[in-house]
Design a protein around this ligand. Structure first.
Ligand SMILES: NC(=O)c1ccc[n+]([C@@H]2O[C@H](COP(=O)([O-])OP(=O)(O)OC[C@H]3O[C@@H](n4cnc5c(N)ncnc54)[C@H](OP(=O)(O)O)[C@@H]3O)[C@@H](O)[C@H]2O)c1
Length: 336
């Protein structure tokens, strides 16, 4: 049944809610955890909840969880640097508890200057004292890094990999027995604290480990839990998604120019309009279709535009894009 017709009939909506509640109860804790039906944070991040600015319960909970922890980031490039910036700017950890290792000396100097973190070019040294290790090197460098660190990354340390297409099975196979591994797929808006991250636990990761991973990635946006076999879909949707967004913004800006607006004005209006629409969706109190209906008056301008979008098969094209990217992620994953 279409979601809007459920909204129109309170009795049916009530029954659907009971079914969902029973479904939630009938799942094991682990299943609920993996699918994001329950969240392990001390104060769970709610869909659409406003991000905290000051000392909310949520932030205090995260700080408690991370208190005294030492974090090592292997690979201080775009994502590694973004994560460090997010964690420190949110005050989740003092800079002294973060050490970053990279092969590039100048990158380390930049990170030290920007954040005051400890730096080294020696990966083994970086992980020695750390409780949590974030592997943020390119997928093609992962085998080399895991092999180098295999004697050190054991069950006493939590290893979090953000490398696209590298499974927890593969990582666990290269590390000591029972190593606690978590796989994560962030995206580039993490650089400005607006990332969308999916998290999946390996065979030996605990609930506490998942909660800790979530608190780290919530520092640079929002995060969700997924089963690992859905990571290719995540890569295709939110990992590659910023690129789709850029194309849409660019196309809308072209459309404005075509209708006589200056490039500057058209680009600003296009980007801010999508940002505003996204924020309204993330409030979570209305389905996107309901929000769309609110700006679509009978015989008006918006429905004329929407008709053109339907004729151009925008929805089907976006579905095809995510499907193609999911398949490609699978192919690339098999090559590693
Ligand atoms: N960027 C994204 O949109 C995105 C999204 C989701 C996930 N990811 C994942 O995030 C990971 C990092 O991506 P990125 O875009 O941040 O890459 P990046 O900017 O190239 O950062 C990786 C850093 O690791 C360094 N490095 C290479 N080999 C190393 C080694 N053996 N030990 C220590 N450091 C080493 C690299 O130095 P050199 O440059 O000198 O080699 C570079 O500074 C990738 O696995 C990627 O799949 C990225």
């Amino acid at each position: 049944m279409h979601i809007r017709s459920i909204r129109c009939l309170p009795q049916i909506r009530f029954l659907v809610q009971i079914k969902i509640d029973n479904l939630v109860k009938s799942r094991t804790l682990g299943q609920q955890f993996a699918t994001g039906l329950i969240t392990p944070t001390l104060a769970p991040h709610r869909w659409g909840a406003k991000k905290e600015g000051g000392f909310s319960c949520e932030k205090t909970g995260r700080m408690k969880m991370l208190k005294g922890k030492k974090i090592s980031v292997i690979g201080g490039g775009k994502m590694g640097g973004a994560l460090i910036g997010g964690i420190l700017s949110r005050g989740l950890l003092p800079a002294g508890n973060v050490i970053v290792s990279d092969v590039a000396r100048e990158r380390l100097e930049d990170l030290k200057k920007a954040h005051g973190v400890q730096t080294t070019q020696d990966n083994k040294k970086a992980v020695k004292e750390a409780d949590v290790i974030i592997l943020a090197v390119k997928p093609q460098n992962m085998t080399e890094v895991l092999t180098e660190l295999q004697g050190v990354l054991d069950k006493d340390k939590l290893t979090i990999s953000i490398a696209a297409g590298i499974s927890t099975d593969y990582i666990e196979g290269l590390l000591k027995k029972n190593a606690r591994v978590i796989r994560v797929m962030p995206n580039t808006p993490a650089m400005i604290g607006e990332g969308a991250t999916a998290i999946a636990g390996g065979s030996h990761a605990t609930g506490e480990d998942l909660a800790l991973a979530r608190s780290l990635f919530d520092a640079v946006g929002i995060s969700v839990f997924v089963k690992e076999d859905l990571m290719n879909a995540v890569t295709a949707l939110s990992g590659s998604g910023p690129a789709y967004g850029f194309v849409i913004i660019d196309a809308l800006s072209d459309a404005g120019v075509n209708m006589g607006l200056s490039r500057d004005v058209a680009l600003k209006l296009a980007a801010q309009t999508l940002l505003g629409a996204a924020k309204l969706c993330l409030r979570g109190d209305k389905h996107p279709a309901e929000l769309r209906d609110m700006v679509t008056s009978p015989g008006g301008t918006t429905i004329a535009g929407l008709k053109a979008l339907e004729e151009g098969k925008l929805r089907a094209t976006l579905m095809a894009a995510v499907e193609a990217a999911t398949l490609r992620a699978g192919e690339l994953g098999k090559k590693k």
